[in-house]
Design a protein around this ligand. Structure first.
Ligand SMILES: Cc1cc2nc3c(=O)[nH]c(=O)nc-3n(C[C@H](O)[C@H](O)[C@H](O)COP(=O)(O)OP(=O)(O)OC[C@H]3O[C@@H](n4cnc5c(N)ncnc54)[C@H](O)[C@@H]3O)c2cc1C
Length: 498
């Protein structure tokens, strides 16, 4: 039995904790916040439930296998999500990739030839990656692992061809091959997922049939994982910010927290990568200088701005307007530039998503009312990082962004502002304050293939660090992070620690 300390109780930390506790190790999770969950936490305000960040997940076959491995699958009510796509030209709820294409074709009849060319390339990418109906290989060991990679071997040539062709191509570059840069179609297709993400992401709509959430909210999922971990003998320390990783002879041997030292055979950092190596580690000399520089300068994924609204409007009335709990409103205006941190009007120009937790589960709002979240990605450090530390300026900027986003959502929900009973918003600074993710990074490193931190493919998993017995158990072990990244990190850590 080994003594293991995990820093962070997000999805990565909780899954790692469960897998290691199942093996009989003595595992303690240190969580700086007063609640476990990280980006899969949720919270109540005035009787309204909101997700803190993550609304949904894909790669369900992998996620479900992991929950079965841990033994909690039956305790979580996963529900399929449908996404409504709205723009000036189209409005539909496609539940397959083919339906999605039909909706776009119908909205842009004059652009049929361009769309034919675009979708034929996207089909090629989708076809090479294959359907995600089988759990990813990282979830297996031994013979089952060999079986799990067989489909990839069969698709090997196709996959290599597509990867070689598109490895370094961004979504903007890809969209520009088919559509004029001042066209609406260009603006729609260049921003699927993260800005300037890999062109592979153009096939993201192929995942429309694999889009899930948790009926009782993401926090309930984190709660089930935390309860199971504790039942397996694990311990979670809340309000326990780890301020140092202690090493001895190049090996991690414990952590410091609230003025105390805790020993361990292994330390798993299930939190921000940059802070782990550059801030928490007691001996920076263990990290080669060039690696320190690389870590420091590596761009991270963009953060979100989220508006949380409690509405004096019933779910029935809200659903007349938004139809599905999750809506992608393509409303990007000319001149919208995610790389322009000085554009005061950014929030009037950007697209957004609307999500209603109470339409997924009416218990998420008081009777006769509803909850709504509005989200958009934001430029790094918008307006001198939201006012350069000036509290008054910060509040003004937050209010301005909130008003603009509510105004945009009013295109679907007329008079929205008259129904608001509760309103708050989170900036990337809020996300950083609660999760310690650098700049409020929402899904580990940059998704731009030209700005990669890890060598290799965008799903390469790397949990090792230059420090012996210190592993990465968070989404930061994978270039594009997310729930699959956190899962992959957890399984890899559990394999490393025998
Ligand atoms: C708005 C939003 C939408 C998203 N949508 C999706 C999606 O649709 N699909 C998808 O796959 N992913 C999505 N993601 C990303 C996904 O949620 C994350 O990648 C994943 O949940 C990260 O889990 P994690 O455990 O690696 O890290 P985190 O959830 O960041 O957890 C880290 C934990 O560590 C704690 N911590 C940090 N430092 C310390 C310290 N020094 N001491 C103690 N505790 C510490 C933090 O408080 C936190 O609880 C989204 C993220 C956001 C913000």
């Amino acid at each position: 039995m080994k003594e293991i300390i995990i820093i962070g109780s997000g999805f990565g930390g909780l899954v790692t904790g469960n897998l290691l506790a199942q093996k009989g190790h003595k595992v303690t999770i240190f969580e700086s916040h007063s609640m476990h969950g990280g980006y899969t936490a949720g919270f109540y305000r005035n009787g309204f439930y909101f997700e803190s960040g993550t609304l949904s997940f894909e790669a369900s076959s992998s996620v479900f296998k992991a929950m079965k491995d841990i033994g909690v699958y039956d305790k979580i009510e996963f529900v399929r999500q449908k996404l409504r796509f709205v723009s000036e030209n189209f409005d539909g709820i496609p539940d397959t990739y083919e339906n999605y294409k039909n909706i776009v074709y119908k909205g842009f009849p004059d652009d049929k030839d361009k769309l034919d060319a675009y979708f034929s390339e996207v089909d090629k990418i989708d076809n090479a990656f294959g359907s995600p109906d089988k759990p990813l290989p990282f979830l297996f060991s031994g013979f089952p692992y060999l079986l799990s990679i067989i489909p990839f071997i069969f698709r090997g040539r196709k996959l290599m061809k597509v990867m070689n062709e598109y490895r370094d191509v961004t979504l903007s570059e890809f969209a520009a091959r088919f559509f004029p840069e001042d066209s609406q179609l260009y603006r729609i297709f260049r921003s699927m997922g993260y800005p300037d993400a890999s062109a592979y992401l153009s096939a993201i709509s192929a995942l429309l049939g694999d889009y899930w959430t948790v009926k009782n909210g993401m926090q309930s999922w984190a709660d089930v994982l935390a309860d199971n971990f504790i039942a397996l003998g694990g311990e979670i320390k809340l309000n326990a910010y780890v301020d140092g990783i202690i090493t001895n002879n190049g090996k991690a041997v414990g952590v410091s927290c609230n003025g105390k030292k805790y020993n361990a055979d292994y330390v798993v950092s299930a939190c921000d990568y940059k802070k782990t190596l550059l801030k928490l580690l007691d001996d920076k000399k263990l990290i080669p200088l060039d690696m320190q520089k690389k870590v420091e300068n590596a761009p991270v994924s963009e953060g979100f701005f989220t508006v949380y609204l409690g509405l004096g409007m019933s779910n029935e009335d809200l659903s007349k307007y938004i139809k599905t709990p999750h809506v992608s409103l393509h409303d990007e205006q000319p001149g919208c530039d995610i790389y322009n941190s000085c554009d005061e009007e950014f929030f009037n120009k950007t697209s957004l998503t609307l999500y209603s937790p109470s339409m997924v589960n009416p218990k998420h709002a008081p009777s006769g009312k509803s909850s709504l979240m509005l989200q958009t990605l934001v430029p790094y450090k918008w307006m001198q990082n939201w006012g350069n530390g000036d509290r008054k300026k910060y509040k003004e900027l937050k209010a301005k962004a909130t008003e603009a986003i509510i105004g945009k959502a009013s295109k679907l929900i007329p008079d929205l502002k008259n129904y608001i009973e509760y309103c708050d918003s989170a900036t990337p600074l809020t996300y950083e304050r609660f999760t310690h993710n650098t700049d409020g990074a929402s899904s580990s490193w940059s998704w731009n293939p030209k700005k990669k931190f890890y060598e290799g493919g965008f799903m390469t998993i790397k949990v090792d660090t230059p420090v012996k017995n210190l592993y990465i158990g968070s989404c930061w072990a994978m270039q594009i992070g997310g729930i699959p990244g956190a899962l992959a990190a957890a399984y890899s850590c559990a394999k490393k620690i025998k």
